[in-house]
Design a protein around this ligand. Structure first.
Ligand SMILES: Cc1ncc(COP(=O)(O)O)c(C=O)c1O
Length: 396
């Protein structure tokens, strides 16, 4: 049996997996030059065009392109009428901006636990967190895997709550054949450089509701606008998206099939209502007890030595452990100072989401999307590395 690379053996992978990111060529160069030479850097033509095209791609009627995904969340919250002291339910496992955007509009984020199978917000935890002050839910399609929108919309309708889908990881994903972001009242996207659709920095709000769209447009116009240069780049990248999605899905299917015969490594079980699964990070579950008791940390070290880089969730630590949630001063600077919130203020050091903590500390393993843009040989190499480590746990 070959020696593990972590112990000085030959690594399985000797080249970069997938493709470098971002991907561009003279199409992007020419599109940028066209706007540059027109001098119309601040005009709206390309911005409006990309808003329309991207909204249509996600089955929404209106798209409001913005400066980034963080202001997109703030814009959506404001358009949804969220104001000072309102409670907004958010998942523990996300990028901190999902929660801080609520703070920025003076609302109170209520951080709830995840479903341990999908790593998305738990519909039961949402129900448990509802109070008379609850006004909105922000489900995040974590990594790009759609949250259970049937259950979430049912709760929202029952309690008259607005649903803002945070789709920063989920460009192209579909739930029951419908683009994410068009199922809730509003959907938000990020086009930051790492995302599967990017223009360096950028964001968008989409909706099917004309009134919400008009309000969002007015809010956006104050200080959240996307530029024509960003939009020109985004239009080119949008053309590339369908092929990239197909390649990723093909490679993911190959990897998932191959993982069936490797004990201890479990892809997220795909719900049949997830009709398209596009991902920013592709998560799988490491179960130590099924892997001869090796810790996830040791597994990831061995995997990295074999030439397969692997992270821990799209953004790592559950958000109540970081930023303004771990620092009352920062919270106060960002939004409504907690002293004005009275009984409504939450001490986030008291928040405990056991599933999110367990998943983050022990279980989740994540591959970046660009690793899936090569051919299936790359997937076979990943499987070979998994198998090699699985066969040599006694050497770890
Ligand atoms: C889940 C989630 N929401 C919101 C954002 C914010 O997007 P941006 O970085 O474009 O402001 C991100 C960015 O990574 C994210 O991952």
């Amino acid at each position: 049996m070959a020696a593990l690379a972590i112990n000085g053996g030959e690594p399985v992978v000797k080249h970069g997996l997938g493709k470098g990111w971002p991907i561009y060529d003279e199409t992007e160069e020419n599109a940028l030059l066209e706007v540059l030479r027109s001098g119309a850097w601040n005009r709206r033509e390309k911005v409006d065009e990309v808003g329309e095209k991207f909204a249509a791609y996600h089955d929404a009627k209106y798209g409001i392109p913005l400066a980034n995904g963080t202001v997109a969340l703030q814009c959506a919250l404001k358009a949804a009428g969220i104001t000072a002291g309102d409670e907004v339910i958010v998942p523990a496992l996300t990028f901190v901006a999902t929660g801080t955007s609520a703070v920025c509009v003076n609302a109170v984020p209520v951080i709830v636990d995840i479903d341990p199978l999908t790593y998305n917000i738990s519909p039961d935890a949402i129900v448990d967190a509802i109070t008379p002050r609850t006004k909105a839910i922000i489900p995040v399609h974590n990594g790009g895997y759609p949250a259970d929108m049937d259950a979430i919309m049912e709760v929202a309708e029952k309690h008259d709550l607005k649903v803002i889908e945070d789709c920063a990881h989920a460009h192209g994903s579909q739930w029951r054949g419908k683009g994410v972001g068009s199922i809730g009242h509003l959907g938000t996207f990020s086009f930051q450089i790492g995302k599967t659709l990017t223009c360096g920095e950028g964001g968008m709000v989409i909706t099917y509701d004309e009134e919400l769209a008009n309000t969002a447009r007015h809010i956006a116009n104050l200080n959240m606008r996307m530029t024509n240069l960003q939009a020109a780049l985004l239009l080119c990248q949008l053309e590339r998206l369908p092929d990239q999605i197909e390649t990723r899905e093909r490679n993911m299917a190959y990897l998932v099939k191959g993982m069936e015969s490797i004990d201890g490594l479990h892809p997220i079980p795909r719900d049949e209502r997830v009709t398209r699964w596009c991902f920013y990070y592709w998560d799988f579950r490491f179960v130590s007890e099924e892997f001869d008791g090796i810790s996830r940390g040791r597994f990831l070290e061995a995997l990295s030595a074999e030439g397969v880089p692997c992270g821990v969730g799209a953004h790592g630590i559950p958000i109540y452990h970081e930023g303004p949630f771990a620092s009352p001063e920062m919270f106060d600077q960002l939004g409504l100072p907690r002293k004005y919130l009275g009984d409504n203020a939450i001490d986030y050091t008291d928040v405990h989401c056991p599933q999110a903590d367990y998943v983050y500390n022990n279980e989740v393993c994540s591959f970046g999307h660009a690793m899936f843009l090569g051919d299936t040989d790359d997937m076979q190499l990943i499987l070979d590395a998994f198998q090699k480590i699985r066969n040599n746990t006694d050497a770890l």
